[in-house]
Design a protein. Structure first.
Length: 318
């Protein structure tokens, strides 16, 4: 049975003497590593692009040249990378984290990757006498900065309990879901709704605009109505005025939707809204929005002639 963690402001704070290794300092990973530094943890890290680490080095982060060095020098290793290929790259080979892991060490992967790839890596970690947890997050850059992410964890219960206080430095909601891979399955389930809600809101907003309703008025009424989820309320300004810097870009959103669709195919269940979202995300990439925020779906629909949008493409399913 899933059980939520205690209040992050409670007495069970993480031991700041825990040496934390961090692999992957992109938009989300850099902010999580920064929070661990701010909490007082000694943090060693590596990243494919060394220049991205400099602001954190200036704040006290110790640079390591390889994932193997990170694992060998720390008590708990955390990673956040883009996809299955990147996960394989940091984990394997003579400089991979597997080469540096020790027995009874804990490795937490916070990436959103395929459950299958994560479980396969967890088996290799267990063969070394260590434990791996998949701990993907729900939330974007603002939540990473404020420590209010939702974190879903799959893996051994005792391993989870040991690092739970550390995870509470990063998320307001930290929940052990079940065995390896189940945190990832739940993250993919959440992102189906994220894509579908964003697409449906974009459709409704465009419909109102083209019928002559002021878009600011339409968006405000929609976001404060029964359909206004916390995610949509936060993203409404982005739908009206697409930012230059993405909270969560189209390319990553489509990657997650395709992981969800593959998982569903393995389980032999339909995901009709995910299939539609996938096609519209393809349209977005074709129009040059791959690295813009997923709120770009509103602009994409506005630029797509009636009858040719991904949502209306019978027979084009992947």
């Amino acid at each position: 049975m899933p059980h939520p963690a205690h209040d992050p402001r409670g007495p069970d704070a993480a031991d700041v003497t825990t040496r934390v290794g961090f692999i992957g300092l992109g938009a989300m990973g850099s902010r999580l590593a920064g929070r661990l530094l701010d909490a007082g943890h000694p943090v060693s890290a590596t990243n494919r692009t060394a220049a991205k680490a400099q602001p954190l080095i200036d704040r006290g982060l110790a640079w390591s040249g390889t994932p193997r060095e990170v694992a060998a020098a720390t008590d708990v290793v955390v990673s956040m990378v883009s996809d299955d290929t990147a996960l394989e790259a940091i984990a394997t080979g003579p400089d991979g984290l597997l080469a540096g892991l020790r027995a009874r060490q804990t490795y937490i992967d916070m990436s959103t990757v395929s459950p299958h790839a994560s479980r396969r890596l967890a088996d290799r970690v267990r063969a070394l006498g260590a434990q791996m947890l998949d701990a993907p997050v729900s939330g974007s850059i603002p939540q990473a900065e404020s420590g209010t992410l939702a974190i879903m964890v799959g893996g051994d219960g005792e391993a989870f309990a040991a690092v739970e206080p550390l995870l509470r430095e990063l998320g307001r909601s930290v929940t052990h879901i079940g065995p390896n891979g189940q945190g990832l399955v739940l993250k993919l389930a959440i992102n189906i709704s994220l894509a579908a809600q964003t697409l449906a809101f974009s459709e409704g907003l465009l419909l109102a605009e083209r019928a002559g309703v002021d878009p600011d008025v339409a968006a405000e009424v929609m976001r404060t109505s029964a359909i206004g989820s916390p995610m949509l309320r936060a993203r409404t300004p982005l739908l009206l005025h697409l930012p230059d810097h993405a909270w969560f870009d189209v390319e990553l959103m489509q990657k997650d939707i395709r992981l969800a669709r593959q998982t569903a195919a393995d389980l032999r269940i339909p995901l009709p809204s995910a299939a539609v979202a996938d096609r519209v995300l393809t349209d977005a990439r074709d129009l040059g929005y791959a690295h813009r925020d997923v709120a770009a779906l509103h602009d994409v629909l506005a630029k797509t002639p009636a009858g040719s949008a991904g949502a209306e493409t019978e027979g084009r399913d992947a």
